[in-house]
Design a protein around this ligand. Structure first.
Ligand code: ATP
Ligand code: MG
Length: 183
């Protein structure tokens, strides 16, 4: 599942609509301290359904909304849209009618997050499952945070297993089994 485009609007320091084309192969993000490199990775994690404020370097989920600057007022919402190349038809059947799939997450102050896949309203879980099955989920080791390597080395065996299961692409199955057992 290849990411082809990332659009941000009001997300953290990206207050103005930003549209980044992700070319095939290796992409490097380069710039001075504080220019927003880490914010871009957080946008990727967030649109894939990340719901832990700590993973977004914030105190609460609304901290991803542009908080204002000396010359600009704060925004009321943040939106991130991730375009996926779905030509291999890896998405669930209901979304599999197109070569290009847009996953959109939007958070509005006091109203929480809303998600769309291919223009259809979906739940956070649908987005998380889409990426869990493609083993590139919000917690996936494919996105390596600063300090995560030492976390992996120092992790208890149980936690290390969870990371390896995610890499193997089977965590979506566990989640479904857990939900089935609750029913
Ligand atoms: P470094 O090279 O130091 O790692 P970086 O390029 O990774 O820097 P980021 O950490 O992505 O930079 O960006 C930090 C900037 O984003 C800071 O200037 C911070 O004020 C700004 N920022 C973070 N959250 C928000 C927000 N909600 N509203 C406005 N600006 C924000
Ligand atoms: Mg950084």
């Amino acid at each position: 599942m290849r990411f082809t485009r990332l659009k941000l609007n009001g997300f953290k320091s990206f207050v103005d609509p930003t549209d980044l084309v992700i070319a095939e192969g290796l992409t490097g993000v380069v710039g001075p301290n504080g220019c927003g490199k880490s914010n871009l990775l957080e946008a990727l994690r967030w649109v894939m359904g990340e719901n832990r404020p700590s993973a977004m370097r914030g105190g609460g989920m609304e901290d991803v909304i542009f908080a204002g600057a000396a010359t600009r007022p704060a925004r009321n919402f943040a939106e991130v849209s991730l375009q996926i190349d779905n030509s291999e038809r890896l998405a669930p059947a209901e979304f599999n009618d197109s070569d290009i799939l847009d996953v959109v997450r939007r958070i509005t102050r006091d109203a929480g997050s809303a998600y769309k896949i291919g223009g259809k309203d979906v739940r956070a879980r649908d987005v998380q499952m889409l990426f869990a099955d493609a083993s590139t989920g919000a917690h996936s080791p494919a996105l390596v945070r600063q300090g995560q390597i030492s976390e992996l080395i120092n992790a208890k065996p149980r936690n290390r297993r969870r990371i390896l299961e995610e890499a193997a692409g089977i965590s979506g199955l566990y989640q479904r089994r857990h939900e089935a057992e609750l029913k």
